[in-house]
Write a protein that binds this ligand. Structure first.
Ligand SMILES: Nc1ncnc2c1ncn2[C@@H]1O[C@H](COP(=O)(O)OP(=O)(O)O)[C@@H](O)[C@H]1O
Ligand SMILES: [Mg+2]
Length: 219
């Protein structure tokens, strides 16, 4: 599966308050890619990632999923694309404190009616090195472990592409490095597409392709 942004612009607000957060961006992402998106705070990185991930639609330009314009898709079809093909990792982990590691990873698949969720969740937690912590609660895990639970949740339904928005932003550098190494491994070994938004040049250097964004424009 392949996502293309063609001359995509995104405006927030209306009239005098209208603000173009993204201007004529053209990029594509597919399985096997490892792309970093770098730029200052407020430059439009998250906006670009959300549009790539079919979480949001553009104000102008075209987004194509396997060649099909998302403009023609219903919200239901958009959510099916996310469920079947895309994993998201955010800087915040968004774990449910009252659920175990396994339950946290399982929950989105249960909500989406994915079958075999429990085995998939256990396998994903194994992949991120948390196979012995299935019954732990978030409060019993370190920050890096919690982020790995979030990554397992993103990977569990075997997406083609993972979109990660500053996934190492709240981790110390060593733990951040571990998380990055894991994404690098999955890209190399399982052909997972990885698109990672980062402030960190060292993180960006790991990617096969780097995109720099400034004031909403790819530079
Ligand atoms: N939902 C929103 N409503 C209004 N403005 C927004 C919204 N989301 C982002 N923006 C603005 O768009 C610009 C780009 O935001 P964002 O894509 O989050 O940048 P980055 O991720 O690079 O920090 C910023 O100026 C931000 O304030
Ligand atoms: Mg952002």
């Amino acid at each position: 599966m392949k996502i293309d942004l063609v001359n995509v612009s995104k405006a927030y607000g209306q009239g005098d308050a209208q603000f173009w957060a993204l201007k004529e961006a053209t990029i594509s992402a597919t399985a096997g890619d490892f792309i970093s998106i770098v730029g200052p705070s407020g430059s439009g990185k998250s906006t670009m990632l959300h549009i790539l991930g079919c979480l949001d639609k553009p104000t102008a330009g075209d987004v194509l999923v396997d060649g099909q314009p998302v403009g023609s898709l219903s919200d239901r079809q958009m959510s099916n694309i996310r469920r079947d093909h895309i994993g998201f990792v955010f800087q915040q982990y968004f774990l449910n404190a009252s659920m175990t590691t396994l339950q946290n990873v399982l929950l989105p698949m249960q909500l989406a009616g994915v079958s075999g969720g429990k085995a998939k969740a256990a396998k994903a937690l194994e992949t991120v090195g948390l196979g012995t912590k299935l019954r732990s609660y978030p409060s019993e895990l370190s920050g890096g472990e919690q982020q790995r639970v979030a990554i397992a949740r993103a990977l569990a339904n075997e997406p083609s592409i993972v979109l990660a928005d500053e996934p190492t932003g709240s981790l110390d550098s060593k733990t951040g490095q571990n998380v990055l190494d894991m994404l690098t491994f999955l890209n190399a070994e399982q052909n997972l597409g990885v698109v990672i938004v980062t402030h960190d040049e060292a993180v960006a250097q790991k990617a096969k392709n780097r995109i720099h964004v400034l004031d909403g424009r790819i530079s």
